[in-house]
Design a binder for this molecule. Structure first.
Ligand SMILES: [Zn+2]
Length: 120
């Protein structure tokens, strides 16, 4: 719910963590490696890298996971992503760890449409 003049919106903060399986890791990611996503910003622990190709596979899913989804939607329930290297046993678990509130006016120059509730 928003009040007139309120241009705020809320997104989930995400944590992505490397999960081991019975198969060995091929890429340069280790069980327990992680990064977070808050708004548009990825953050990695100091000194930890993350390989390019698994990151590329994860990127399309992260904006969807940041947003509320229907309880019946697979995007709500499914949280483990396989590494795109077919020989790699790594998996990546996406967890909604919190929420952050942003203002439309702080993140885009595109104006909001007129508020239809203010016409009555
Ligand atoms: Zn991998």
């Amino acid at each position: 719910m928003t009040t007139p003049g309120d241009d705020s919106f809320t997104l989930f903060d995400l944590k992505v963590e490397v999960i081991a399986t019975e198969r060995p890791m091929v890429c340069n990611h280790q069980a327990g490696d992680w990064f977070t996503l808050r708004g548009e910003n990825l953050e990695f622990p100091p000194g930890q890298s993350f390989p390019l190709y698994p990151l590329a596979a994860l990127l399309p899913l992260l904006p969807a996971k940041q947003r509320p989804t229907h309880r019946n939607d697979w995007m709500t329930t499914d949280a483990e992503i396989a590494c795109p290297d077919p020989f790699c046993g790594g998996r990546f678990r996406i967890t909604r760890v919190g929420t952050s509130t942003f203002r439309h006016g702080d993140v885009t120059l595109v104006p909001l449409p007129p508020d239809s509730s203010s016409h009555g």
